[in-house]
Design a binder for this molecule. Structure first.
Ligand code: MIC
Ligand code: SF4
Length: 649
């Protein structure tokens, strides 16, 4: 039987376990990336592992999230990261060089390799045929120390693309279509592999837009073949020697095949407050638009910027619209300057933002009260823009440009009526390349002193698993709670290196009393328990969504279902992830109910369900779990760092 691309890459990287679907395998990681908001904690944990140098082929530390620098905290973190990179043999990408996923794709992406990144949009690398996976910082630290990354051997879903996109319809519309089909929940343990005759009509940045936003479906990763188009992209990046062909065998078998005819797609939008709420732009009607944001790791490539620049050539923005543009990298900026695109964008009236995450993570450019904000980014979760009452829609660069001109939601195909022709932007045969914003590690850097400003605190240690969890349902939440609900980013992100301070904002957007209530319970010796609905922990890879609850004394999360990265983060920090055996028991639980779960270790070792006593209601129900033997040992030891220390003894 032939092999899929995913099977081929996995076969070359499995170091523990067998290629059996649904079982846990450990894979060798070739490359890692971190960004500053998750990176400081990842490197503090890496330092604790006592390894003299990273053991990967390549590890890169980016600074792209916390670049606002109001106060000393961000700059302290950057300096810490730079000194760690120098000491341990890591490439450091300075603030200003661009967004990690865009830059990694441009300068380091290699077909057939594995990439683990402490950011959920790491699958962007799938655009050049990498198996690129997002994970918590601690998992990335383990990979830098040479350890395997563990994942469930995935179900592989083929997305068969046929036809060709019509003018004004974009790669963003393809992934929004995929989101309409698969939604944002229920896809844990799957990988999307793209194939079919439509693949060759898509450039690498278009493919990367699609693999980037697979993260919103909750799949482990998404991957495209590596073909002639990939080769041309790597030639343009002066990296032809990094190219290898990587195609699925004709007789490869998949767990499921979905067909999408590109010729039939129309401009789409994700409506508030989920990337899975899909509508056609036409259906939305002429809603007035207050803000348009072009950029983020989804749509900030040369092609995206040049397309918008050509649409806006000789046009001015609508008086009611604030138009923010954040090109994805320094390389993108330099190339659109060279090709005249930058001038058109500036002349149209754009507010040029730094080449960084910026508006996407809500740490700048928060829109006005009740604003309608059109964004080319990947997440429109409640409150993420920094303005709770705002309505954020996710759209293609073409649809964004149309609204800049008309001030309303406009199907970009209607621009033809205004005499604007669809710009066919070609990829450059050679990009202007300048790697001077990377600091490459030197040969002998043993004596580098690590810089630790007052913003850098030690990560708190987890406690060994208790045999009895006795506490209270501190918070009961609904379906699809994202990590942005659990611990906000935006203006609070500067406290990422200070867990006690950052923990004050836990669940702030849902219930601002959570922190004080949890603290009181913790300090009186009671355990905090979170109860949740379906797909808990969607979104970011931020391990603070586990680390801060751990610090506040959360011992278990009882959910109808949980997303992959968050589930792994809970285990890494010694919090028990549990599911309801009977989902109806969720409805019977109330916030403040006193719960008791006893004989935990014995039940885990014997693969038995756990019995949960509701002391308030005088009832009992069963909780299940999906934990490998390795994960049980981690939990019993009190988290991954404690587990590793035990193994070293
Ligand atoms: C995001 O898009 O939510 C982030 C901010 O990039 C996160 C990482 C983080 O929280 O630091 C992600 O996607 O993993
Ligand atoms: Fe940055 Fe936004 Fe991409 Fe996250 S999704 S890495 S915040 S640009």
């Amino acid at each position: 039987m032939g092999k899929s691309i995913v099977e081929k890459i996995l076969a070359q990287h499995i170091v523990i376990g067998e290629a059996v679907k649904g079982t846990e395998v450990g894979i060798k990681i070739d490359q890692t990336l971190t960004q500053d908001a998750t990176g400081t904690m990842a490197y503090l944990q890496f330092e604790a592992m006592g390894v003299p140098k990273v053991k990967t082929e390549l590890s890169v530390s980016y600074v792209d999230h916390n670049t606002v620098q109001i106060g000393f905290e961000n700059a302290d973190d950057h300096k810490y990261l730079q000194s760690v990179a120098e000491k341990y043999g890591i490439v450091y990408s300075r603030a200003g060089n661009g967004i990690c996923h865009q830059v990694q794709l441009e300068r380091f992406g290699k077909p057939g390799k594995t990439l683990l990144g402490s950011d959920s949009h790491t699958p962007t690398g799938g655009g050049v045929g990498m198996l690129a996976i997002g994970a918590g910082g601690l998992d990335v630290a383990v990979a830098m120390a040479g350890g395997p990354f563990y994942l469930t051997y995935p179900k592989i879903i083929k997305i068969n693309l046929t036809g060709k996109l019509r003018p004004w319809v974009a790669a963003k519309d393809i992934i929004l279509k995929v989101l309409e089909i698969f939604t944002t929940k229920g896809n844990v343990g799957c990988v999307f592999e793209y194939g079919g005759s439509g693949v060759k009509t898509l450039s690498v940045p278009e493919r990367a837009t699609i693999t980037n936003m697979g993260a919103e479906c909750g799949v482990t990763t998404s991957v495209f073949p590596s073909d002639e188009i990939t080769r041309e992209f790597l030639i343009a990046q002066d990296r032809e020697s990094d190219w290898t062909e990587l195609l699925a065998d004709d007789d490869a078998e998949y767990d499921k095949v979905i067909d999408i005819n590109l010729s039939e797609l129309v401009p789409l939008a994700a409506t508030p407050h989920s990337p899975g709420n899909i509508s056609t732009v036409r259906e939305l009607g002429e809603i007035d638009v207050d803000q348009v944001c072009l950029g983020s790791c989804t749509n900030s490539s040369y092609k995206d910027m040049m397309t918008v620049a050509r649409i806006l050539a000789d046009k001015k923005l609508h008086p009611n619209v604030s138009f923010v543009v954040a090109p994805g990298s320094k390389q993108v900026i330099e190339n659109i300057i060279q090709d005249g695109g930058f001038a058109s964008i500036v002349s149209a009236g754009a507010r040029i933002a730094e080449s960084a995450c910026g508006f996407c993570i809500g740490n700048s450019q928060s829109p006005k009260t009740e604003a309608v904000s059109l964004r080319t980014s990947n997440r429109n979760f409640f409150g993420r823009s920094g303005t709770k009452s705002a309505n954020a829609y996710l759209v293609s660069p073409e649809t964004a440009a149309a609204a800049v001109i008309t001030g309303k939601f406009t199907d970009p195909r209607d621009l033809e009526k205004l005499g604007i022709k669809y710009p066919e932007v070609k990829m450059p045969a050679k990009f202007h390349i300048d790697d001077s914003m990377f600091v490459f590690p030197g040969e002998d850097k043993k004596d580098v002193e690590i810089y630790r400003g007052p913003n850098i605190g030690d990560p708190p240690a987890a406690e060994p698993l208790k045999d009895k969890i006795a506490g209270v349902v501190t918070l009961k939440v609904e379906d699809k709670i994202t990590t942005d609900h659990i611990i906000p980013a935006g203006s609070k992100m500067k406290y990422r290196s200070n867990v006690p301070k950052y923990s004050e904002f836990l669940f702030e957007v849902i219930d601002a009393t959570f922190h004080d209530r949890a603290k009181e319970l913790r300090d009186s010796g009671k355990d905090n328990i979170i109860v949740a609905g379906l797909s808990y922990g969607q979104g970011s890879s931020r391990e603070h969504a586990a680390l801060c609850p751990m610090y506040m004394g959360v011992k278990a999360v009882l959910a109808k279902s949980m997303e992959r990265i968050h589930n792994a983060n809970l285990i890494n920090f010694g919090i028990l992830p549990l599911n309801f055996k009977d989902q109806a028991d969720y409805d019977k639980l109330e916030q403040s109910d006193a719960l008791e779960i006893s004989n935990i270790k014995e039940a885990l070792v014997n693969n038995q369900n756990l019995k949960v006593k509701n002391l308030t209601k005088g009832t009992e129900f069963e909780a299940t779990y999906i934990l490998s033997d390795r994960q049980k040992e981690i939990l019993i030891a009190g988290g991954t760092l404690a587990f590793m220390r035990k193994q070293q003894k």
